[in-house]
Design a protein. Sequence first.
Lengths: 104, 358
Amino acid sequence: MSQQVWKLVIVGEEILSKKLIKLIKAAGATGYTVNSAGGEGSRNVRSTGDPIVSHTLSNVKIEVLTGTRELADKIIHEIEAKFYADYSIITYIYQVEALRDHKF
Amino acid sequence: MQAWSELGPIPFNSPSNLIFQNTRGFELSDFFELFIKQIQSPTLGFLIGGIVVASFGSQLAIPDAMYKFITFFLLLKIGLSAGIAIRNSNLTEILLPALGAVLIGILIVLISQFTLARLPGIRFTDAIATGGLFGAVSGSTLAAVLPQLEASKIPFEAWSAALYPFMDIPALVTAIVVASIYTSRKSADASDNVEIWPIIKESLQSSAVTAMLLGVALGILTRPESVYKGFYDLLFRGFLSVLMIIMGMEAAQRMNELRKVAQWFAIYAFIAPLVHGFIGFGVGLLIHKITGFSIGGAVVLAVIAASSSDISGPPTLRAGIPTANPSAYIGASTAIGTPVAIAIGIPLFIGIAQMIGG
């Protein structure tokens, strides 16, 4: 009772989370998971994972499961066009096995 | 000595606050004595304590929720006392100081455009975002100056704290508009007009401004005197001292961010709060001459001008000027701007006010 699906992971600035979620839902994804995240990247403008006062330097990790690669690609392309230039954001994708296949 | 009636009623001040302290005159030694006294105030001590423990890499952490609650509480209290004062005062008195606050907010951004933005190796949008953040107002700095004014027995209009959004919002709007005009000119895309209303809406929706406006509304429309006296006023100084520790720790942590950007930001962050404070104090004194706005009110205006936003400004700027590097403006404001405004600005302007008021 399992199904191969695509797991798209977006790690980016917390202030983008509302916009990202709106974009993900509009693209047609059935759900998503959000975690707060910390770390350091090549952009090197946000080296901390500590929660801080303004929250402007905090990060989130958003995971989306999609039934098709096309849907995942659509989300990635939209994120790329809108946010890659100015924001700290990274996306990656891999294939996983979903245990509730009727969901996707 | 100025007649008290000119200043309008101020609720909840102890009788001792109603007396101007009579100092002997404009002697410099007096000024330094007052300045040193201000530096020893508990507010500052807690701030420095926070900086010291964080610099030594202490594991001490104050929960994020605590910080959010305290800033909400302090700004609600300030809003309540401002609202009660507005209810008991003539609205026309507020017009000129509010207009002054708006103009200072815009002027601060324009100053950064012609100073910081012109320096070598500084990106225009980084400089304008920093100017916008320094024009915007810090709730913690505002909360710090009010009890110090009371302790120094300098009377001020309680509604003067409500000048906060009048400077905060115009500064952020100006910064975002100036940066957007610059970016669209550069990309030769003139059709890209800046919409001002969403920026104002976002500023009004920010947690700090909302808490204060809620307090102002409750102070004007309801009669919250009993809960104000029995709860908000009682806990204010205690919570403020905790907030000062948090701001100190935050300042020390953000130094790392600031080290990654040009040193000009650190220099600007040190000088700007004092220059802006003097502009605010000058405007306050001018209004004092015209309408009888109190000297204490001029100190509040000066400190609002000297302060730089820590909470509400950064997310608005990050969304409004996405090309600007947040490490530059947040580092400059939180690591240097706020400590300078609290540690040097507040004692300085209170000291000057005591000399003039005497």
